[in-house]
Design a protein around this ligand. Structure first.
Ligand SMILES: [Zn+2]
Length: 282
């Protein structure tokens, strides 16, 4: 047993324009609601592990200069109390207890918390790291904010090397981590976007990041609010790869009852997993 406990947090709240297009019934032209689902894993041997980071302290204080257009469209709350650091301290830990971060990708709403844990190793797919460092297209110059990693993180990058998880190409061992944690490449949203898997007891959590945005994309209903469809198409770097990733996740969910699949921004998926954690702890 290498994992003691898992905490599901939201490390950012975003209130996008035109909430009705994001499935917020009754919101009219008011704003929608998106969370930034992050996971804190307490391991027995390797300290705390954080999966995705939301926004960090320096985003909230304005030091990373998040673009005005993003702030106008996405409506991030940028509240220090929502940062992973503040929430980890509220759990009774210190920043130094967090030794590893695993990120689905490096978009600004996933990488902001990196600088709150400057000594942590940051594990991610090599293609994502390369894309974020190169910022070779206009879209990538918007989505990646180098000020979020100006402190020089201890990057640990990975490529597929023949391992699989549930029939999908996967990286199943992360350097320096004994726990069952891995990366499952789900490219398309960005060049190296990957799901992060972690085993808790006899179940697996699969954090799909931004491979999809609304549970309707993977639950068999295909009921995805139009706002998310437009947004996904606008930000994707590779449409064919993104659609293949969504299809693989839909198949995963349909085929394996012991996998809890969730994405980064769906409040209902976060609430369901928080409720399950609370029931487990009771
Ligand atoms: Zn995102």
């Amino acid at each position: 047993m290498t994992i003691r406990a898992v905490h599901h947090l939201s490390c950012a709240t975003m209130c996008p324009l035109a909430g009705r297009w994001f499935g917020m019934t009754g919101a009219g032209l008011g704003r929608g609601l998106m969370v930034a689902h992050c996971v804190v894993v307490e391991t027995e041997r390797d300290g705390l592990v954080l999966i995705d980071t939301g926004f960090g302290t320096r985003d909230c204080t304005g030091e990373t200069h998040i673009a005005r257009t993003f702030r106008a469209l996405a409506g991030p709350r940028l509240d220090v109390a929502e940062t992973a650091l503040a929430q980890i301290e509220a759990l009774g830990y210190a920043a130094a207890d967090l030794r590893h971060i695993v990120v689905t990708h490096l978009d600004l709403d996933h990488a902001g918390g990196l600088s709150d844990f400057p000594d942590a190793k940051v594990h991610l797919h090599a293609r994502e790291h390369a894309a974020a460092m190169a910022r070779s297209t206009a879209k990538e110059r918007e989505r990646y904010v180098p000020a979020q990693w100006a402190h020089g993180p201890k990057w640990e990058t990975y490529e597929e090397a023949g391992d699989t998880w549930r029939g999908l190409p996967a990286i199943t061992r992360l350097r320096g981590l004994d726990a069952d944690l891995g990366l499952v490449p789900m490219h398309g949203h960005s060049r190296g976007h990957s799901a992060v898997i972690v085993k808790q007891g006899d179940r697996w959590l699969a954090h799909a990041g931004d491979a999809y945005f609304h549970h309707g994309a993977v639950d068999g209903t295909d009921h995805v609010p139009v706002g998310f469809r437009v947004f996904e198409s606008t930000v994707q770097i590779d449409k064919r790869a993104r659609l293949a990733s969504v299809a693989a996740l839909r198949q995963l969910r349909a085929s394996y009852a012991d996998v809890d699949l969730f994405c980064a921004h769906d409040p209902s998926e976060l609430a369901a997993l928080q409720a399950r954690s609370a029931a487990r702890a009771a």
